[in-house]
Design a binder for this molecule. Sequence first.
Ligand SMILES: [Zn+2]
Length: 315
Amino acid sequence: MTKKIFDLGNRIHLIDGFDLGLPYRTGTYVIQDEKITIVETGPSLSVPHILNGLQELNIDPKDISYIIVTHIHLDHSGGAGLLLNDCTNAKVVVHPKGARHLIDPSRLILGAKAVYGDDFEKFFDPILPISEEKIIIKEDLETLALSETCELTFYDTPGHSDHHFSIYDPVSNGIFTGDTIGVNYNQVLEDTGIQLYLPSTSPNQFKPDAMLASLERIHALNVDCVYFGHFNVSRDVEEVYKQIKTWLPLFVEVGKKAEETGKDHHWIAEQLVLAVREDLRGSDIPDTHPVFEFIKLDTSVCAMGIVDYLNKKKR
Ligand SMILES: [Zn+2]
């Protein structure tokens, strides 16, 4: 049986949100400080999983003070409006560029329909608007006190999207990075002991230079752990930075090759899967390992973001 709640120490738990119906993709972090705080909600379909998890942790949803979303892509914040129906005393903390889309999600919905097509309703409905007085905006380097001894700090970290911040937690000396420095596949690779981190280059604000600058900024904080949007914590932070810095230029390079030879995003996705497969082959991971299902899903979206970036660069 797959594990649904992970005790990460330092008063932090992770609840699996079963994004797209799959385990180990998107999770909600619960910080049990004086002011109980949630980081990421996942889409609305994750909300029942979050409520179950809270019950298991003996937390009344009404006791939650803050729901922080790293950015407003639906797999991170789509469920925030629905979750507020239970977390009636919580405020939603968001990047300055994301706030208006939580208040009026119509553009978010359009954007997600463009990426997910017919799957939109199956995976993301409903997306409820959040009233303005429930929203707290955090600019770069602003803080949020969870107790007298703990202040979270917000860092503007664009690259994956313009409306993305990362949240530093002094108690664990860790940072919640959403999708800024990629996706962590270690949980699904648990049986192999292999570490794999890939950049998340989804549409439509992917900017490789900004992503790299955000990575360097996070690196300079000397954290002990990185809490990923997808999925779970890594305590081997140097390995995270190293792998993302290796894969990111390669992802863009494959996109440029596609541009030069008139290939589309499907081709890019195929090439990226091949490149990862090749990289993992030395580790004796069979081609049938479930990690490849995850990588196929993710690279198909990453490829669209790379094309979008290169098209914008041409203009
Ligand atoms: Zn994401």
